[in-house]
Design a protein around this ligand. Structure first.
Ligand code: SF4
Ligand code: SF4
Length: 338
């Protein structure tokens, strides 16, 4: 497994990382086994978040004996100094470590969030103090919105950027990654398999291999998944013409259904939780259908509030037929026994 540098952080990580969401529904022992297997196969970069259930604890237990050889990244959703300081202390305990290699502000997708983080008494202050105290080594952010991520990159205050990147969501390869590179930021590609929607690992990772400075962090819940991905890196092959055609066919098929989680459609005046509902198809594949159904129950209940006003469709840059799609997803939710 090759190592690459995460930009100005200087952190050296395996060219494939580990995404810590799909171990959430596993037992503690099973989660620890998966993480240890990934490490044994050469993965040295593990990404998790304070809000991913027991993921931090599993990763902390799995890697305690090899802590010095791995890079651990986690995240906080808190935007204020006191809240972020509380989360840093909690993550250090969960991860059983004295220092977090990369601390990220989680899902910074609104201008107000970015402003609050960077304001006096904002979360960045807690991160800077933790860096000075030796509790954090580097600071980055994750985002789902290109405009906000661009603003964050241009501040020069973040060492890494984590953003969804796969052959359906390939817009970041343009101005966003160019800007991040211009700031010498490390780039981390979340959702390399489209959050579970894209089933063919060969297509997904051969596409990503065209961007060697972007470190993908596939979510892994079974050892066979990482073995399949590593084989694609051990025996690297460019996309064949047939595979390129397959990608185009999948883009055409999913293009009018694939929610990019950008949030432009919201808020809905009737209170429909559009993005949460739209994410159900991928979370049902990523997590177990039962867990995903339970987590989405509250959001699904809002689908009945939809009055078909069409405002969200006008706001969606991908022209998704949201009123139809949310009803389809509600039926799928019911079919999965929710
Ligand atoms: S069409 Fe439905 S979901 Fe969309 S904005 Fe109108 S009420 Fe909300
Ligand atoms: S439905 Fe459209 S506007 Fe709403 S989050 Fe998904 S892609 Fe964005």
């Amino acid at each position: 497994m090759k190592s690459i540098q995460l930009g100005k952080s200087g952190l050296m990580v395996s060219e494939i990382g580990f995404g810590g969401i799909p171990i959430i529904p596993l037992s503690h022992e099973a989660g620890v086994d998966v993480v240890r297997h990934c490490h044994a196969r050469g993965i040295t970069f593990f990404d998790t978040a304070n809000m991913y259930g027991n993921s931090e604890k599993m990763i902390g237990d799995a890697l305690a004996t090899v802590r010095k050889n791995v890079v651990i990244a986690t995240k906080t959703t808190r935007r204020d100094k006191a809240g972020a300081a509380e989360h840093i202390a909690l993550s250090l305990r969960n991860l059983k470590t004295d220092v977090i290699d990369l601390y990220q502000f989680h899902a910074v997708s609104k201008d107000e969030d970015l402003e609050t983080i960077l304001a006096p008494e904002g979360a960045m202050q807690a991160a800077r103090e933790a860096v000075a105290a030796g509790k954090i080594r580097h600071v980055g952010l994750s985002s789902h919105k290109i405009e906000v991520a661009l603003k964050a990159c241009r501040t020069g205050q973040f060492e890494t950027l984590q953003f969804p990147f796969n052959f359906i969501e390939n817009e970041p390869a343009g101005e966003l990654f160019k800007t991040a590179r211009g700031q010498n930021m490390g780039i981390i590609g979340m959702k390399p398999l489209g959050g579970g929607l894209l089933q063919k690992a060969a297509l997904c990772f051969k596409f990503l291999q065209q961007y060697p400075d972007v470190v993908p962090i596939p979510g892994i819940s079974q050892t066979a998944e990482i073995d399949e991905i590593i084989a694609l890196y051990d025996h690297r092959q460019p996309l064949s013409d047939k595979e390129k055609a397959e990608i185009e066919a999948i883009r055409a098929e999913l293009g009018n259904k694939f929610c990019h989680r950008c949030g432009y459609c919201q808020p809905c005046a009737q209170g429909v939780a559009i993005t949460e509902v739209m994410m159900f198809r991928s979370s049902a594949r990523r997590l177990s259908p039962k867990v995903a159904a339970a987590l989405s129950r509250k959001a699904m209940a809002t689908v009945d509030l939809c009055s078909n006003c069409g405002e969200c469709v006008e706001k969606c840059p991908y022209e998704l037929d949201i009123p139809v799609l949310i009803r389809e997803l509600k039926e799928l939710h019911a079919a999965l026994g929710a």
